[in-house]
Ligand binder design. Structure first.
Ligand code: NDP
Ligand code: GDR
Length: 338
């Protein structure tokens, strides 16, 4: 059997790394699209995944995506690239719209044109988001729940979601959209609240930091483990028919609950002493109550999450304790004034 080939956009992000790992264990030749002339994350990518083939390009640049398709000649494209930080999307709404929304259209066009030229079927995965539900019309949220995004990021994701459906319906493309609820891991970007907390908790327990500033502690999310969620992406592209699936744990937890478990893990019970509230971390608009109903994915894909909420928090704190200890040990000794 010939080796399958996959192209991943957003390979330097959290999900891109887990997906590259998963597809390599399944025997795929993995290609990753990276942007920028000297992207600082590429060194780590090459070190961790020396067999991943890198192609440079940008979701804003259709010709670079066409070039990537002709070089990688993929059987499957996973479009994970995006401006993904919701708070940033208010500050840079135009750019977010172009990358997170328009970028999906560019990637779909590149796939469609490549298919026409090569006569080779390409399966497409779009990284849609629970942020599209925004002002919640139904609890829990499923594939048919009305979308009402509450951030420029959410609006851009809705555009990409419907464009994916449109290409499936217009051109018969095998294009699937995964409506994924929040998923986290030790590889999560430090700007997101879970990793911001796990990193601060590790540093506070090691005496490297005094406190952490946060926004709305009552916000709630349906948080799962990123390693489980990339399995769902893969499974979607193995189905005979393309479709859309909600991926979630079905539980929701507050930032306070996350703080409780994370601080307890390092032996601190009175975490309120270490947390300050800073208005800059509140958002112009918040999503309401996010809880996903992933019954369709569980039934049709046979997918289930394997990591519970407390296990996820502990995994993240353990990851940050290890990396902060390593960093402290490898730092040059401090020079003290005499
Ligand atoms: P990350 O923010 O960790 O990664 C985003 C990736 O997109 C990075 O590799 C980044 O590259 C790349 N990127 C940004 N701009 C461009 C561009 N113009 N052209 C090409 N690539 C670009 O996100 P996650 O891994 O967490 O998420 C993956 C996808 O899933 C995203 O689309 C996100 O919106 C979506 N999603 C995520 C969820 C989550 O909870 N994690 C939930 C639902 C959806 P660089 O390294 O150069 O910045
Ligand atoms: P989210 O994740 O917006 O859900 O988007 P994030 O971790 O940024 O925020 C979650 C909730 O925490 C509250 N919050 C804070 N958030 C951050 N980042 N920093 C803080 O200091 C802070 N204090 C409180 C926020 O108000 C919010 O309610 C993530 C991204 O991965 C998206 O790309 C993805 O689509 C969605 O999840 C599903």
């Amino acid at each position: 059997m010939t080796q399958k080939r996959a192209l991943i956009t957003g390979i330097t992000g959290q999900d891109g790394l887990y997906l590259a790992e998963l597809l390599q264990t399944k025997g795929y030749e993995v290609w990753g699209l990276v942007r920028g002339q000297n992207n600082p994350k590429v060194g780590a990518l090459r070190e961790e995944f020396p067999d991943v083939k890198i192609v440079t390009g940008d979701l804003l640049d259709l010709s670079s995506l066409m070039k990537s398709m002709t070089l990688a000649r993929p059987d499957e494209v996973y479009n994970l690239g995006a401006i993904s930080f919701v708070a940033y999307s208010w500050e840079n709404a135009r750019l977010t719209t172009d990358v997170t929304g328009g970028g999906v259209l560019n990637m779909l066009e590149a796939v469609r044109l490549y298919q026409d030229i090569s006569d080779h079927e390409v399966r497409f995965y779009q990284a849609s988001s629970s942020e599209m539900f925004g002002r919640v019309q139904e609890v829990p949220q499923k594939e048919t729940t009305l979308l009402w995004p509450r951030s420029p990021y959410g609006v851009a994701k809705v555009y990409g979601h419907y464009m994916t459906i449109n290409y499936r319906e217009s051109y018969g493309m095998h294009a699937s959209s995964g409506v994924l609820f929040n998923h986290e891991s030790p590889r999560r970007g430090i700007e997101f609240v879970t990793r911001k907390i796990s990193n601060a908790v590790a540093r506070i327990s090691l005496g490297l930091q005094d406190s952490i500033s946060l926004g709305n502690l009552d916000a709630k999310r349906d948080w799962g483990f990123a390693g489980d969620y990339v399995e769902a992406m893969y499974l979607m592209l193995q189905q005979d028919e393309a479709d859309d699936y909600v991926i979630s744990t079905g539980e929701t937890h507050s930032i306070r609950e996350f703080l409780d478990i994370a601080f307890t893990e390092v032996g601190i019970d009175d975490w309120e002493r270490y947390v300050t509230i800073d208005p800059q971390f509140f958002r112009p608009a918040e999503v309401d109550l996010l809880i996903g109903d992933s019954a369709k994915a569980r039934e049709k894909l046979g997918w289930t999450p394997s990591v519970s909420f407390p296990e996820l928090v502990r995994m993240m704190v353990a990851g940050d304790l290890e990396s902060e200890r390593t960093r402290a040990q490898s730092a040059p000794p401090a020079v003290h004034a005499r």
